[in-house]
Design a protein around this ligand. Structure first.
Ligand code: CP
Length: 357
């Protein structure tokens, strides 16, 4: 792998991504060949936000590869509760371990962590921004269940604004030929502009529709998502959005026979429980593919064993990021780094939000 860290799945070339998918399948076929390939290696899971699947599948993956695990799932039980900065926490943990999987409620945190870490950093979810190892899980699932990553009509339904898994998945699937995206949401929870920019720059097409029933007959893949209650400014705003899109057996009457239904989970009420018994429902299989995907990723990263630390970065512009959920709003020592995107606009390199100069 050319990159030391995995912050965005875009850090991998398509051929590196395909190598990881193939390795995940090899490990799934013959796990006995991989039981000590990470012997002596240590993974830290630093979870500043709750998780079941991502945290446990990372831990299980490392244990199944013969390595060891440390970490926290509640920062209040660490020196973060005494005011320790992200920079200091990461510098220390990076000195103890070989890989850090970090989840944080603020956007751009994994990118910031990678600037201070001797260990490889994996983004295990940064606020409403990205979740690349969920996407790795999703593409391993699609490759196995559809036999291809091309030529599909992919419906994404629910909270497309705050759903980091949706953002990462679209960015990745837009690299494959002839995919068509059907974006199913309310106007309030529609896809952010930076993802539309990615789609507009790709060869893929997209449409935005307000109805799941309308979209259903054309879909090869349906990616359902939860309305992300924790990202809403108020309970009142959440109440307006919850329960709008619910997949049930009746809606599936109009679906293709070879549709595959994915969901990153956790589910709240957006998929009725009796859909679980439809053979097109793949979301629990998806969780198992995720463990093999993370085994393949960590083995590949550790084979390279790069312990170099990044050079110090300095402000590119003396401008505050416009996104209040950007990590730079909380960790004030971070250099303000932007890419110029034309006109008076800057793109924050942590959270990818646009800010006026
Ligand atoms: N899909 C996912 O990220 O699940 P968790 O929040 O349980 O890790």
């Amino acid at each position: 792998m050319k990159t030391k860290h995995l912050i965005d799945l875009e850090d991998l070339s398509v051929s590196e991504l395909m190598d990881i998918i193939r390795l995940a399948n090899q490990i799934k076929e013959r796990p006995q060949d991989y039981t000590d390939v990470c012997k002596g290696k240590i993974l830290a899971t630093l979870f500043y936000e709750p998780s079941t699947r991502t945290q446990m599948s990372f831990k299980t993956a490392m244990l199944r590869l013969g390595g060891s695990i440390i970490g926290f799932d509640n920062p209040q039980n660490s020196s973060v509760s005494k005011g320790e900065s992200l920079k200091d926490t990461i510098t220390v943990v990076g000195g103890y371990t070989d890989i850090i999987a970090i989840r944080h409620p603020l956007e751009g945190t994994a990118k910031a962590a990678a600037m201070y870490s001797a260990a490889s950093v994996i983004n295990a979810g940064d606020g409403g921004h990205l979740h690349p190892t969920q996407t790795l899980t999703d593409v391993v699932t699609l490759y196995n269940e559809k036999g291809t990553l091309e030529n599909m009509t992919i419906g994404l339904c629910g909270d497309l604004k705050n759903g980091r898994t949706v953002h990462s998945l679209i960015k990745t699937m837009a690299n494959f030929k002839n995919n068509r995206f059907v974006l199913i949401s309310t106007p309030e929870l529609s896809i952010p502009q930076y993802i539309k920019d990615v789609l507009n720059a790709s060869t893929c097409t997209y449409t935005e529709v307000p109805s799941l029933a309308e979209a259903m007959p054309m879909l090869d893949v349906l990616y359902m998502t939860r309305i992300q209650r924790e990202r809403f400014a108020s309970e009142e705003e959440y109440e307006k959005e919850k329960g709008v899109f619910i997949l049930d057996r009746e809606k599936l009457l109009d679906a293709k026979r070879d549709l595959k239904i994915l969901h990153p989970l956790p589910r709240v009420d957006e998929i009725a429980v009796d859909v679980d018994y439809d053979d097109r429902a793949k979301y629990f299989d998806q969780t198992v593919y995720g463990m093999y995907a993370r085994m393949a990723l960590m083995k590949t990263m550790l084979d390279d064993n790069d312990r170099s630390t990044a050079s110090r970065l300095f402000d590119t512009h003396n401008v505050k990021c416009s996104n209040p959920r950007c990590i730079t709003a909380a960790e004030l020592y971070l250099p303000k780094i932007y890419r110029e995107v034309g006109g008076d606009m800057l793109l924050c390199k942590y959270c990818e939000s646009r800010t006026l100069i």
